[in-house]
Design a protein around this ligand. Structure first.
Ligand code: C5P
Length: 394
Protein backbone atom coordinates (compact mmCIF):
# COMPACT_ATOMS: atom_id res chain seq x y z
CA UNK A 1 0.00 0.00 0.00
CA UNK A 2 1.22 3.48 -0.81
CA UNK A 3 1.93 5.70 2.18
CA UNK A 4 -1.23 7.35 3.52
CA UNK A 5 -1.78 10.38 5.72
CA UNK A 6 -3.23 9.49 9.09
CA UNK A 7 -4.34 11.87 11.81
CA UNK A 8 -4.14 9.95 15.08
CA UNK A 9 -6.16 11.34 17.98
CA UNK A 10 -5.06 10.01 21.34
CA UNK A 11 -7.58 10.08 24.20
CA UNK A 12 -6.83 9.96 27.89
CA UNK A 13 -6.71 6.37 29.07
CA UNK A 14 -4.02 4.04 30.35
CA UNK A 15 -4.06 2.35 26.91
CA UNK A 16 -2.65 5.59 25.44
CA UNK A 17 0.83 4.11 25.89
CA UNK A 18 0.00 1.68 23.06
CA UNK A 19 -0.51 4.62 20.71
CA UNK A 20 3.27 5.23 20.73
CA UNK A 21 3.78 1.75 19.35
CA UNK A 22 0.98 2.33 16.83
CA UNK A 23 2.74 5.48 15.58
CA UNK A 24 5.98 3.52 15.22
CA UNK A 25 4.24 0.74 13.25
CA UNK A 26 2.44 3.21 10.99
CA UNK A 27 5.69 5.04 10.22
CA UNK A 28 7.45 1.73 9.60
CA UNK A 29 4.69 0.80 7.12
CA UNK A 30 5.40 4.04 5.24
CA UNK A 31 2.47 6.18 6.43
CA UNK A 32 2.59 9.79 7.50
CA UNK A 33 1.21 10.28 11.02
CA UNK A 34 0.06 13.51 12.55
CA UNK A 35 -0.76 13.18 16.26
CA UNK A 36 -3.42 15.10 18.15
CA UNK A 37 -3.39 14.71 21.91
CA UNK A 38 -6.43 15.47 24.04
CA UNK A 39 -5.83 17.25 27.32
CA UNK A 40 -6.25 14.01 29.26
CA UNK A 41 -4.28 12.06 26.65
CA UNK A 42 -1.34 14.33 27.49
CA UNK A 43 -1.53 13.00 31.07
CA UNK A 44 -0.53 9.58 29.78
CA UNK A 45 1.88 10.21 26.90
CA UNK A 46 3.97 13.27 26.21
CA UNK A 47 3.94 15.34 23.03
CA UNK A 48 7.70 14.89 22.94
CA UNK A 49 7.50 11.07 22.61
CA UNK A 50 4.87 11.33 19.88
CA UNK A 51 6.74 14.07 18.02
CA UNK A 52 9.89 11.93 18.04
CA UNK A 53 8.06 8.82 16.83
CA UNK A 54 5.91 10.57 14.22
CA UNK A 55 8.71 12.94 13.14
CA UNK A 56 6.12 15.69 13.05
CA UNK A 57 4.65 18.39 15.23
CA UNK A 58 2.06 17.19 17.76
CA UNK A 59 -1.16 19.19 18.04
CA UNK A 60 -2.91 19.73 21.34
CA UNK A 61 -4.67 23.09 21.51
CA UNK A 62 -7.64 24.35 19.54
CA UNK A 63 -6.84 27.97 20.31
CA UNK A 64 -3.16 27.83 19.52
CA UNK A 65 -2.89 30.81 17.17
CA UNK A 66 0.49 29.74 15.89
CA UNK A 67 -1.03 26.46 14.75
CA UNK A 68 -3.92 28.31 13.12
CA UNK A 69 -1.42 30.40 11.14
CA UNK A 70 0.59 27.34 10.14
CA UNK A 71 -2.40 25.10 9.58
CA UNK A 72 -6.03 25.83 10.47
CA UNK A 73 -7.99 23.13 12.26
CA UNK A 74 -10.18 22.56 9.20
CA UNK A 75 -7.13 21.78 7.09
CA UNK A 76 -5.76 19.56 9.83
CA UNK A 77 -8.94 17.47 9.63
CA UNK A 78 -9.03 17.38 5.84
CA UNK A 79 -5.37 16.88 5.01
CA UNK A 80 -5.57 13.25 6.01
CA UNK A 81 -6.80 10.08 4.37
CA UNK A 82 -8.16 8.78 7.65
CA UNK A 83 -8.76 9.98 11.20
CA UNK A 84 -8.06 7.38 13.87
CA UNK A 85 -9.03 7.74 17.52
CA UNK A 86 -7.00 5.34 19.69
CA UNK A 87 -7.70 5.00 22.51
CA UNK A 88 -11.24 6.36 22.25
CA UNK A 89 -12.38 6.94 25.81
CA UNK A 90 -16.02 6.82 26.97
CA UNK A 91 -15.95 10.59 27.39
CA UNK A 92 -14.50 11.27 23.95
CA UNK A 93 -17.07 8.97 22.32
CA UNK A 94 -19.89 10.67 24.23
CA UNK A 95 -18.72 14.06 22.97
CA UNK A 96 -18.38 12.74 19.42
CA UNK A 97 -21.86 11.18 19.53
CA UNK A 98 -23.31 14.47 20.79
CA UNK A 99 -21.58 16.42 18.00
CA UNK A 100 -19.61 18.57 20.42
CA UNK A 101 -16.55 20.56 19.39
CA UNK A 102 -15.10 21.70 22.69
CA UNK A 103 -11.47 20.83 22.06
CA UNK A 104 -9.15 20.26 19.12
CA UNK A 105 -9.89 16.51 18.84
CA UNK A 106 -13.70 16.83 18.73
CA UNK A 107 -13.50 19.87 16.44
CA UNK A 108 -11.42 17.91 13.93
CA UNK A 109 -13.81 14.96 14.15
CA UNK A 110 -16.80 17.21 13.50
CA UNK A 111 -15.12 19.13 10.69
CA UNK A 112 -13.74 16.17 8.79
CA UNK A 113 -15.02 14.77 5.52
CA UNK A 114 -12.71 11.77 5.77
CA UNK A 115 -13.43 8.29 7.19
CA UNK A 116 -13.05 7.94 10.95
CA UNK A 117 -11.94 4.79 12.77
CA UNK A 118 -12.20 4.62 16.55
CA UNK A 119 -10.66 2.03 18.86
CA UNK A 120 -12.51 2.27 22.19
CA UNK A 121 -10.69 1.35 25.40
CA UNK A 122 -12.04 1.65 28.91
CA UNK A 123 -13.03 -0.20 32.04
CA UNK A 124 -15.36 -3.13 31.30
CA UNK A 125 -18.30 -1.56 33.17
CA UNK A 126 -17.87 1.75 31.41
CA UNK A 127 -17.90 -0.12 28.09
CA UNK A 128 -21.01 -2.13 29.03
CA UNK A 129 -22.89 0.92 30.36
CA UNK A 130 -26.03 1.63 28.30
CA UNK A 131 -24.88 5.23 27.79
CA UNK A 132 -21.64 4.06 26.16
CA UNK A 133 -23.42 1.43 24.10
CA UNK A 134 -25.93 4.07 23.00
CA UNK A 135 -23.05 6.32 21.93
CA UNK A 136 -21.35 3.48 20.04
CA UNK A 137 -24.61 2.78 18.20
CA UNK A 138 -24.99 6.47 17.35
CA UNK A 139 -21.43 6.71 16.08
CA UNK A 140 -21.90 3.62 13.92
CA UNK A 141 -25.08 5.13 12.49
CA UNK A 142 -23.07 8.26 11.74
CA UNK A 143 -20.73 6.11 9.66
CA UNK A 144 -17.85 5.91 12.14
CA UNK A 145 -15.91 2.64 11.90
CA UNK A 146 -15.62 1.04 15.32
CA UNK A 147 -12.89 -1.47 16.12
CA UNK A 148 -14.42 -3.56 18.91
CA UNK A 149 -12.33 -3.68 22.09
CA UNK A 150 -10.54 -6.87 23.08
CA UNK A 151 -11.54 -8.97 26.04
CA UNK A 152 -9.02 -9.76 28.78
CA UNK A 153 -7.48 -8.62 32.06
CA UNK A 154 -7.52 -4.85 32.48
CA UNK A 155 -5.16 -2.36 34.09
CA UNK A 156 -7.85 -1.71 36.73
CA UNK A 157 -7.78 -5.38 37.80
CA UNK A 158 -11.10 -6.37 36.20
CA UNK A 159 -11.67 -8.75 33.30
CA UNK A 160 -13.83 -8.37 30.22
CA UNK A 161 -14.24 -6.43 26.99
CA UNK A 162 -12.71 -2.96 27.02
CA UNK A 163 -9.02 -3.46 26.23
CA UNK A 164 -7.50 -1.52 23.36
CA UNK A 165 -6.69 -4.01 20.57
CA UNK A 166 -2.96 -4.59 20.03
CA UNK A 167 -1.24 -1.97 17.83
CA UNK A 168 -0.69 -4.58 15.10
CA UNK A 169 -4.45 -5.24 14.94
CA UNK A 170 -5.21 -1.50 14.81
CA UNK A 171 -2.67 -1.16 11.98
CA UNK A 172 -4.41 -4.02 10.11
CA UNK A 173 -7.82 -2.32 10.55
CA UNK A 174 -6.38 0.98 9.30
CA UNK A 175 -4.83 -0.66 6.26
CA UNK A 176 -8.03 -2.59 5.50
CA UNK A 177 -9.97 0.70 5.52
CA UNK A 178 -7.45 2.45 3.32
CA UNK A 179 -6.85 -0.46 0.95
CA UNK A 180 -6.72 0.66 -2.65
CA UNK A 181 -8.12 -2.62 -3.94
CA UNK A 182 -11.79 -2.47 -4.96
CA UNK A 183 -14.08 -4.31 -2.56
CA UNK A 184 -15.67 -7.46 -4.02
CA UNK A 185 -19.29 -6.58 -3.24
CA UNK A 186 -19.10 -2.96 -4.37
CA UNK A 187 -22.22 -2.14 -6.40
CA UNK A 188 -24.14 -5.16 -5.07
CA UNK A 189 -27.30 -4.75 -2.98
CA UNK A 190 -27.79 -7.47 -0.39
CA UNK A 191 -30.79 -8.02 1.87
CA UNK A 192 -30.42 -9.65 5.30
CA UNK A 193 -33.18 -10.61 7.73
CA UNK A 194 -32.24 -11.10 11.37
CA UNK A 195 -33.59 -11.55 14.86
CA UNK A 196 -36.84 -13.07 16.07
CA UNK A 197 -40.35 -11.95 15.26
CA UNK A 198 -42.83 -11.03 17.97
CA UNK A 199 -46.38 -12.22 17.39
CA UNK A 200 -48.79 -10.32 19.66
CA UNK A 201 -51.67 -12.05 21.40
CA UNK A 202 -53.01 -8.89 23.04
CA UNK A 203 -51.70 -5.33 23.55
CA UNK A 204 -49.20 -6.38 26.24
CA UNK A 205 -48.21 -9.97 25.38
CA UNK A 206 -46.51 -11.67 22.48
CA UNK A 207 -45.09 -15.04 21.42
CA UNK A 208 -41.37 -14.91 20.53
CA UNK A 209 -38.22 -17.05 20.41
CA UNK A 210 -34.66 -16.89 21.73
CA UNK A 211 -32.97 -15.53 18.60
CA UNK A 212 -30.55 -12.71 19.59
CA UNK A 213 -29.94 -11.48 16.04
CA UNK A 214 -26.15 -11.67 16.58
CA UNK A 215 -25.40 -13.96 13.62
CA UNK A 216 -27.58 -12.00 11.19
CA UNK A 217 -26.11 -8.67 12.33
CA UNK A 218 -22.57 -10.06 12.00
CA UNK A 219 -23.38 -11.16 8.43
CA UNK A 220 -24.80 -7.72 7.59
CA UNK A 221 -21.62 -6.12 8.99
CA UNK A 222 -19.34 -8.50 7.07
CA UNK A 223 -21.20 -7.85 3.80
CA UNK A 224 -20.91 -4.08 4.33
CA UNK A 225 -17.18 -4.48 4.99
CA UNK A 226 -16.89 -6.16 1.59
CA UNK A 227 -18.48 -3.08 0.04
CA UNK A 228 -22.10 -4.24 -0.37
CA UNK A 229 -25.07 -1.95 0.03
CA UNK A 230 -26.86 -3.79 2.85
CA UNK A 231 -30.52 -3.58 3.88
CA UNK A 232 -31.06 -5.29 7.21
CA UNK A 233 -34.68 -6.14 8.04
CA UNK A 234 -34.58 -6.76 11.75
CA UNK A 235 -36.97 -8.17 14.31
CA UNK A 236 -36.79 -6.78 17.87
CA UNK A 237 -33.20 -7.15 19.17
CA UNK A 238 -30.88 -5.13 21.40
CA UNK A 239 -27.94 -4.72 19.01
CA UNK A 240 -26.37 -1.63 17.47
CA UNK A 241 -26.76 -1.17 13.71
CA UNK A 242 -23.49 -2.16 12.00
CA UNK A 243 -21.57 0.61 10.21
CA UNK A 244 -22.79 1.34 6.72
CA UNK A 245 -25.93 -0.83 7.03
CA UNK A 246 -29.50 0.43 6.46
CA UNK A 247 -31.72 -1.09 9.12
CA UNK A 248 -35.50 -1.50 8.91
CA UNK A 249 -37.16 -2.48 12.17
CA UNK A 250 -40.17 -4.80 12.14
CA UNK A 251 -42.02 -6.76 14.76
CA UNK A 252 -44.12 -9.50 13.19
CA UNK A 253 -43.55 -11.99 10.36
CA UNK A 254 -46.16 -10.23 8.23
CA UNK A 255 -44.32 -6.91 8.70
CA UNK A 256 -41.01 -8.62 7.92
CA UNK A 257 -42.37 -10.00 4.65
CA UNK A 258 -43.66 -6.56 3.64
CA UNK A 259 -40.25 -4.98 4.41
CA UNK A 260 -38.45 -7.71 2.44
CA UNK A 261 -40.70 -7.17 -0.58
CA UNK A 262 -40.25 -3.41 -0.35
CA UNK A 263 -36.44 -3.82 -0.46
CA UNK A 264 -36.49 -5.71 -3.79
CA UNK A 265 -34.81 -5.93 -6.23
CA UNK A 266 -31.57 -7.08 -4.62
CA UNK A 267 -28.66 -9.18 -5.86
CA UNK A 268 -28.73 -11.57 -2.91
CA UNK A 269 -30.88 -12.27 0.14
CA UNK A 270 -29.70 -13.97 3.31
CA UNK A 271 -32.61 -14.91 5.54
CA UNK A 272 -31.17 -15.37 9.01
CA UNK A 273 -34.26 -14.31 10.97
CA UNK A 274 -35.97 -16.84 13.22
CA UNK A 275 -39.44 -16.14 11.91
CA UNK A 276 -42.36 -17.38 14.02
CA UNK A 277 -44.32 -20.10 12.25
CA UNK A 278 -47.62 -18.95 13.73
CA UNK A 279 -49.46 -15.76 14.47
CA UNK A 280 -52.57 -15.20 16.56
CA UNK A 281 -55.60 -12.98 16.26
CA UNK A 282 -54.43 -10.33 18.74
CA UNK A 283 -57.14 -9.26 21.19
CA UNK A 284 -57.85 -5.52 21.25
CA UNK A 285 -57.80 -5.49 25.06
CA UNK A 286 -55.60 -7.31 27.54
CA UNK A 287 -56.86 -10.89 27.92
CA UNK A 288 -58.21 -11.33 31.45
CA UNK A 289 -57.48 -14.30 33.65
CA UNK A 290 -60.62 -16.43 33.80
CA UNK A 291 -61.15 -18.99 36.55
CA UNK A 292 -59.41 -22.19 35.47
CA UNK A 293 -60.00 -21.39 31.79
CA UNK A 294 -56.79 -20.74 29.83
CA UNK A 295 -57.46 -18.57 26.77
CA UNK A 296 -57.81 -20.41 23.50
CA UNK A 297 -55.17 -19.09 21.08
CA UNK A 298 -56.19 -19.91 17.53
CA UNK A 299 -52.95 -19.84 15.51
CA UNK A 300 -52.82 -19.24 11.80
CA UNK A 301 -49.77 -19.95 9.69
CA UNK A 302 -47.35 -17.13 8.97
CA UNK A 303 -46.14 -16.59 5.42
CA UNK A 304 -42.87 -18.38 4.67
CA UNK A 305 -40.86 -15.32 3.66
CA UNK A 306 -37.94 -17.33 2.30
CA UNK A 307 -40.07 -19.70 0.21
CA UNK A 308 -42.14 -16.75 -1.04
CA UNK A 309 -39.02 -14.87 -2.11
CA UNK A 310 -37.76 -17.92 -4.02
CA UNK A 311 -41.00 -17.99 -6.04
CA UNK A 312 -41.13 -14.25 -6.58
CA UNK A 313 -40.70 -12.82 -10.10
CA UNK A 314 -38.10 -10.60 -8.42
CA UNK A 315 -36.18 -13.58 -7.01
CA UNK A 316 -32.61 -12.45 -6.25
CA UNK A 317 -29.77 -14.21 -8.05
CA UNK A 318 -28.65 -15.82 -4.80
CA UNK A 319 -31.07 -16.73 -2.00
CA UNK A 320 -29.73 -18.21 1.21
CA UNK A 321 -31.77 -19.64 4.05
CA UNK A 322 -30.74 -20.60 7.54
CA UNK A 323 -31.72 -23.76 9.35
CA UNK A 324 -31.59 -24.06 13.09
CA UNK A 325 -31.57 -27.76 13.87
CA UNK A 326 -31.07 -29.82 16.99
CA UNK A 327 -30.49 -33.21 15.29
CA UNK A 328 -29.60 -34.69 11.84
CA UNK A 329 -28.49 -31.18 10.96
CA UNK A 330 -27.24 -31.80 7.41
CA UNK A 331 -30.08 -34.18 6.41
CA UNK A 332 -32.71 -31.72 7.53
CA UNK A 333 -30.90 -28.81 5.89
CA UNK A 334 -30.62 -30.67 2.58
CA UNK A 335 -34.35 -31.40 2.61
CA UNK A 336 -35.11 -27.80 3.61
CA UNK A 337 -33.07 -26.39 0.71
CA UNK A 338 -35.13 -28.37 -1.78
CA UNK A 339 -38.42 -27.56 -0.04
CA UNK A 340 -37.82 -23.83 0.17
CA UNK A 341 -36.29 -23.52 -3.30
CA UNK A 342 -33.27 -21.51 -2.15
CA UNK A 343 -29.71 -21.81 -3.43
CA UNK A 344 -27.95 -22.52 -0.14
CA UNK A 345 -28.96 -23.41 3.36
CA UNK A 346 -26.61 -22.47 6.16
CA UNK A 347 -27.36 -25.09 8.78
CA UNK A 348 -26.48 -24.60 12.40
CA UNK A 349 -26.73 -26.94 15.31
CA UNK A 350 -28.64 -25.06 17.99
CA UNK A 351 -28.72 -27.88 20.50
CA UNK A 352 -26.08 -26.03 22.64
CA UNK A 353 -26.04 -22.36 23.60
CA UNK A 354 -25.80 -21.04 20.01
CA UNK A 355 -28.93 -18.91 20.34
CA UNK A 356 -27.84 -15.78 22.15
CA UNK A 357 -24.23 -17.04 22.36
CA UNK A 358 -21.18 -15.69 20.54
CA UNK A 359 -20.02 -18.83 18.77
CA UNK A 360 -21.52 -20.99 16.05
CA UNK A 361 -20.80 -24.13 14.03
CA UNK A 362 -22.30 -24.04 10.56
CA UNK A 363 -22.53 -26.15 7.42
CA UNK A 364 -23.13 -24.50 4.05
CA UNK A 365 -25.37 -26.83 2.04
CA UNK A 366 -25.56 -26.08 -1.68
CA UNK A 367 -27.07 -28.12 -4.55
CA UNK A 368 -23.80 -29.96 -5.10
CA UNK A 369 -21.82 -29.66 -1.91
CA UNK A 370 -21.71 -29.46 1.89
CA UNK A 371 -19.01 -27.27 3.43
CA UNK A 372 -18.65 -27.79 7.19
CA UNK A 373 -16.89 -24.94 9.00
CA UNK A 374 -15.13 -25.30 12.34
CA UNK A 375 -16.78 -23.82 15.40
CA UNK A 376 -15.93 -20.13 15.43
CA UNK A 377 -16.90 -16.71 16.68
CA UNK A 378 -20.10 -15.51 14.95
CA UNK A 379 -18.09 -12.64 13.42
CA UNK A 380 -15.64 -15.07 11.80
CA UNK A 381 -18.49 -17.28 10.57
CA UNK A 382 -20.10 -14.15 9.10
CA UNK A 383 -16.91 -13.06 7.30
CA UNK A 384 -16.55 -16.50 5.76
CA UNK A 385 -20.17 -16.59 4.59
CA UNK A 386 -19.81 -13.03 3.21
CA UNK A 387 -16.72 -14.12 1.27
CA UNK A 388 -18.61 -17.12 -0.17
CA UNK A 389 -21.40 -14.75 -1.23
CA UNK A 390 -18.85 -12.43 -2.87
CA UNK A 391 -17.38 -15.41 -4.76
CA UNK A 392 -20.83 -16.52 -5.90
CA UNK A 393 -21.84 -13.07 -7.14
CA UNK A 394 -18.49 -12.36 -8.82
O1 C5P B 1 -38.76 -23.60 8.09
P1 C5P B 1 -37.71 -23.01 8.94
O2 C5P B 1 -38.23 -21.98 9.92
O3 C5P B 1 -36.82 -24.00 9.61
O4 C5P B 1 -36.78 -22.24 7.90
C1 C5P B 1 -35.73 -21.45 8.29
C2 C5P B 1 -35.37 -20.50 7.17
O5 C5P B 1 -36.53 -19.96 6.56
C3 C5P B 1 -34.62 -19.28 7.68
O6 C5P B 1 -33.80 -18.82 6.64
C4 C5P B 1 -35.74 -18.31 7.98
O7 C5P B 1 -35.28 -16.97 7.97
C5 C5P B 1 -36.71 -18.60 6.86
N1 C5P B 1 -38.11 -18.43 7.22
C6 C5P B 1 -38.85 -17.41 6.65
N2 C5P B 1 -40.17 -17.27 6.93
C7 C5P B 1 -40.78 -18.12 7.77
C8 C5P B 1 -40.06 -19.16 8.37
C9 C5P B 1 -38.73 -19.28 8.07
O8 C5P B 1 -38.28 -16.62 5.87
N3 C5P B 1 -42.07 -17.95 8.06
Amino acid sequence: MNGKRITLIIGGGIAAYKSCELVRLLRKAGHQVRCVLTKSGAQFVTPLSLAALSEDKVYTELFDLKDEVEMGHIQLSRQADLLVVAPATADLMARMAAGMADDLATTLLLATDKPVLIAPAMNVRMWAHPATQRNVATLKRDGVHVLEPDEGPMACGEFGPGRLPEPNDILAAIEALLADTPKPLMGKHVLVTAGPTHEPIDPVRYVANRSSGKQGYAIAAALAELGAQVTLVSGPVVLPTPSGVTRINVETAVEMQAAVNAALPVDAAIMVAAVADWRFPAADQKIKKQDGEPPLLQPSENPDILAGLCQSPQRPRLVIGFAAETEKVIDHATAKRARKGCDWIVANDVSGDVMGGDRNTVHIVTASDVESLDEADKGDVARLIAQRIADALA
